[in-house]
Write a protein that binds this ligand. Structure first.
Ligand code: ADP
Ligand code: MG
Length: 522
């Protein structure tokens, strides 16, 4: 401990003036800094505690005048900036550290000014330039030092190097952004996340594309909205059981898109984990299988058709010749000479022989032998010709038949007889699907500019199961006692030859809608 030379009071390293007699205790000399006129800091004096603290700190410390002149700086300055202490001391240090980067310098100065005005300490992050021109990212803390009467003595500027952290942060940001970009550019897959309560927390572009709802509509909605309403609870139960058992779900499910349209999809649900491995929600990845299923079905169908087609035409030809003989002979018989019982039997034979001929005809028309004679057709006239033909069938008499034909339809490209057969088949099937009573509605419609005219054949009949729907167009598939199972197979061929399209929607117990698209004539 040193003693004041005048009043002999002991003083410590931090004193500049004696607190009793105000004798100056430390001579003014280079490297000695007077702090609040009371404490002195001598960075070079090994006995000055404060000086040593500042000197040994591995943070950059500059004490600057409000105008930006460096009054003091510690040794770390040399390490951080590459300048010798003498180069900075008493200099406009910001000019050195920011070189030509005027904008950055102004920014720092603004922070300094803010600090001086508000008297609050401030933090700031920014790069300075070392003497060798390289950049050093510093995190600053600035504090005003006030003297008597609140006079601003200057600013204490303390900084540490955050270059490495900044690089890592930038890397993470770039990486994160890249992952985000990748995720949000996936259009073909549903990508979603939910929280533990099953509320949607992420809904990517693919999901928007496939489900059709906008993101803001869906955000924080319950995930159950993606499942068809009729088996929602069943699906959710099944999925949660599976997740409990195997920690994930993977399978083919029916999902629901905007407009209550169901579609087949492959769905994978996996837990979403946080850094500590805790489950914080679920990730949903799904693929819309509509197109694939359709193509698969078409492939199977066309293979089957080709095989069955060949067989059918062969059989039809073989049957036709003996059938012609039977029918010819039946015609030639002189019935007046025969007994009533025999005539009755012969009539039955004739009816059945004619039925065989119908089947043979259908087989032939199925086997693609008939080339369509395609001309521009008036579709309304064609549709109006169906009811007189249907009138021959007893099923038609029991039902209500409604026609909603749009006016001014363009002509379609088609073969009149074949299209008549097509709609007769569909109309008859609709009537047959409603034992007892029901309503069939035939709708024609066309949107300006479209390439196809649509015809809808709607019934309120028994509908079909999924399994029936899959086999509907298969030749010989029939659920009717006297059905041939060829009607729709023929329809499909006709549609194919017309380069049109046929689609079915059906619900058991509710009814069925066949939608036929026919190309507009040029
Ligand atoms: P068929 O009428 O001789 O049975 P189709 O090829 O015309 O043969 O039809 C095949 C099957 O498709 C039918 O047996 C029936 O099960 C089903 N089907 C066709 N149309 C309908 C409909 N409108 N409503 C319900 N089921 C239908
Ligand atoms: Mg039929």
């Amino acid at each position: 401990m040193k003693k004041c030379p005048k009043c002999k009071i002991r003083y410590n390293d931090l004193w500049y003036k004696c607190i009793m007699c105000h004798t100056k205790l430390v001579p003014k000399q280079k490297g000695v800094f007077l702090f609040k006129k009371r404490f002195y800091v001598n960075l070079e004096d090994p006995e000055c505690l404060l000086g040593q603290l500042i000197e040994q700190a591995n943070t950059l410390i500059i004490f600057s005048t409000p105008s930006g002149e460096a009054l003091m700086c510690n040794e770390a300055v040399e390490f951080f900036t590459g300048y010798k202490r003498d180069e900075i001391f008493k200099q406009e240090w910001l000019d050195l550290l920011y070189k030509a980067q005027q904008a950055r310098k102004e920014m720092f100065k603004a922070v300094m000014k803010g600090c001086l005005i508000s008297i609050r300490s401030k933090t700031y992050e920014g790069a300075i330039f070392r003497k060798d021109g390289s950049e050093c990212m510093l995190s600053w803390r600035l504090a005003t030092i006030r003297g008597k009467k609140d006079k601003n003595l200057g600013l204490l500027c303390v900084a540490h190097d955050v270059t490495d952290r900044k690089i890592t942060e930038d890397d993470i940001n770039i990486h994160g952004q890249r992952v985000k970009d990748i995720l949000s550019s996936i259009r073909e897959y549903v990508l979603m996340t939910t929280n533990l309560e099953g509320k949607i927390t992420y809904y990517g572009l693919g999901a928007r594309n496939i489900f059709g709802w906008p993101a803001d509509k869906v955000y924080l909605e319950d995930i159950s909205l993606i499942y068809p309403k009729y088996n929602r609870s069943y699906i959710i139960k099944k999925i949660s059981e599976e997740i409990q058992k195997n920690a994930k779900f993977e399978g083919e499910v029916k999902l629901l898109r905007k407009g209550d349209i169901e579609f087949p999809a492959i769905l994978t649900i996996t837990p979403l984990l946080n850094r500590d491995g805790q489950t914080i929600g679920y990730t949903y990845v799904g693929k819309d299988m509509t197109e694939k299923k359709k193509i698969e079905r078409q492939m199977i169908q066309s293979e089957k058709m080709a095989a069955v087609g060949q067989l059918a035409s062969g059989v039809a030809h073989e049957i036709n010749n003996p059938l012609l003989v039977i029918l010819g002979r039946l015609e030639l018989l002189d019935v007046e000479k025969l007994s009533k019982g025999v005539v009755k039997t012969l009539n039955i034979l004739k009816t059945q022989a004619l039925r065989i001929r119908t089947i043979a005809d259908r087989l032939l028309s199925y086997s693609k032998e008939k080339k369509p004679d395609i001309k521009p057709l008036d579709l309304t006239r064609l549709m109006k010709s169906i009811t007189p033909l249907l009138g021959y069938y007893p099923e038609f008499k029991k039902i209500l038949w409604k026609e909603e034909f749009q006016k001014g339809l363009p002509k379609v490209k088609g073969d009149f007889n074949q299209l008549q057969e097509l709609f007769l088949n569909l109309g008859l099937n609709a009537c047959q699907a409603m034992p007892g009573s029901g309503k069939v509605t035939i709708i024609t419609r066309y949107d300006k500019g479209e390439r196809f005219v649509e015809v809808l054949v709607k019934d309120t009949g028994e509908g079909m199961t999924d399994e029936q729907m899959q086999r509907l167009f298969d030749p010989f598939f029939s659920t009717k006692e006297k059905g041939t199972g060829l009607g729709l197979a023929v329809c499909r061929n006709i549609i194919e030859r017309h380069k049109g399209n046929i689609e079915v929607e059906s619900a058991v117990g509710k009814g069925t809608v066949f939608t036929i698209k026919l190309p507009v004539a040029d």
